[in-house]
Design a binder for this molecule. Structure first.
Ligand code: CAA
Ligand code: NAD
Length: 285
């Protein structure tokens, strides 16, 4: 059965980007966050991105209006009842995510619906076990910014049914036009298992005073052709998200490379969350 009605839980950086991708691909999308302010911020982020898409010639004005017309924004979880696919993109917190999956399990009516998490690092099996339908739960991990990055990691738990992964793979490539790769349910999957230790090395280098933040970033941009340096990238991901992802990976693996640097913890405590709060390693207008 074709997936036509999707839900997204969380309208932060990733939830809004994922909702945008789904709506631009022709799906009817309901986006849910916990407060009117969060929902309004998510909607504003999507409208701004649509404006950029139009100005860059990636979509027409008509496509913009049609995509927005396919989206609904709410704080009411009950709006997920008739969804065929729900992607959870709430904050990187295991307890929050488990309670969302338990709630979705009791609300989403279609037993063949697919329940997915956009978690960066956490075990998919724990979310699957919060439901009565673990075979229909998997990770669908988009990359930031979701409307631009082609990659989507498909993360299968030991209980995910093979036909569910096949169906999602066909949907991600055929309908969303993204490039899927498959990964086991291991901390950080493929990309973050490599990326987080890299970002934390750069933060430790800065913390130790080996080089300025600008020179660390310029080094990787001009020396290795990265599109942006690691400190600017950490700001874009969100320093809170980087911290929680590292914390979860370190708790599971004990790998010191995944242990969040102390300065990251202090910056998060100070509300310096990167681009989204206006201040991280850099300042944003
Ligand atoms: N809608 C449609 N297209 C858009 C768009 C939008 N809203 N915004 C930008 N684009 C398009 C542009 O038109 C452009 O396309 P062309 O190349 O065809 O012209 C392309 O996207 C790049 O856009 P910009 O010129 O505005 O941006 P840029 O060249 O300055 O690149 C960037 C910005 C995409 C963020 C780039 O710096 C980049 O890729 N940085 C690295 C990002 C990265 O590593 N992300 C992964 C983070 S880790 C993660 O996500 C996982 C996790 O779990 C934490
Ligand atoms: P964010 O902080 O921008 O947004 C999180 C949103 O979740 C907030 O709007 C918050 O209000 C909302 N939320 C919290 N509890 C909720 C609940 N019970 N129901 C609905 N919404 C709730 O975070 P983000 O960067 O969008 O990250 C979201 C998820 O995506 C995390 O799991 C993160 O690890 C993952 N992820 C992040 C990135 C990135 O680069 N930021 C990339 C890929 C994956």
């Amino acid at each position: 059965m074709a997936i036509e009605r999707a839900g997204v839980i969380g309208s932060g950086l990733m939830g809004s980007g994922i909702a945008e991708v789904l709506a631009r691909s022709g799906l009817d999308v309901v986006v849910r966050d916990i407060s009117d302010e969060a929902v309004a911020a998510g909607r504003a982020r999507i409208e701004k991105s649509f404006d950029k898409g139009v100005s860059r010639g990636k979509m027409t004005e008509d496509e913009r209006s049609a995509a927005l017309g396919r989206m609904a924004f709410t704080t009411d979880m009950a709006a997920m009842a008739d969804r065929q696919l729900v992607i959870e993109a709430a904050s990187e917190n295991e307890e929050i995510k488990k309670s969302i999956f338990a709630e979705l399990d009791s609300i989403v009516e279609d037993e063949s619906a697919i329940l997915a998490s956009n978690t960066s690092s956490m075990p998919i099996i724990r979310f699957a076990q919060a439901t009565s339908r673990p075979s229909r739960v998997l990770g669908i991990h988009f990359f930031n910014p979701a409307p631009v990055q082609p990659l989507v990691e498909l993360v299968t738990s030991v209980l995910t049914a093979p036909e569910v992964v096949d169906e999602v793979e066909a949907f991600v490539s055929g309908v969303l036009g993204k490039e899927p790769i498959r990964a086991d349910d291991r901390p950080g999957f493929v990309v973050n298992a490599l990326l987080i230790p890299f970002l934390f090395s750069a933060i430790r280098m800065y913390e130790a005073g080996h080089a300025t933040k600008e020179d660390i970033d310029t080094g990787m941009v001009k020396g290795c052709a990265h599109p942006m340096g690691p400190l600017r990238l950490a700001d874009m991901v969100g320093l809170d998200t980087c911290f929680y992802v590292g914390q979860s990976m370190y708790a599971e693996t004990g790998d010191p490379a995944a242990k969040p640097p102390l300065i990251l913890s202090r910056m998060v405590d100070a509300g310096m969350l990167g681009t989204k709060s206006g201040r991280g390693f850099y300042e944003y207008g």
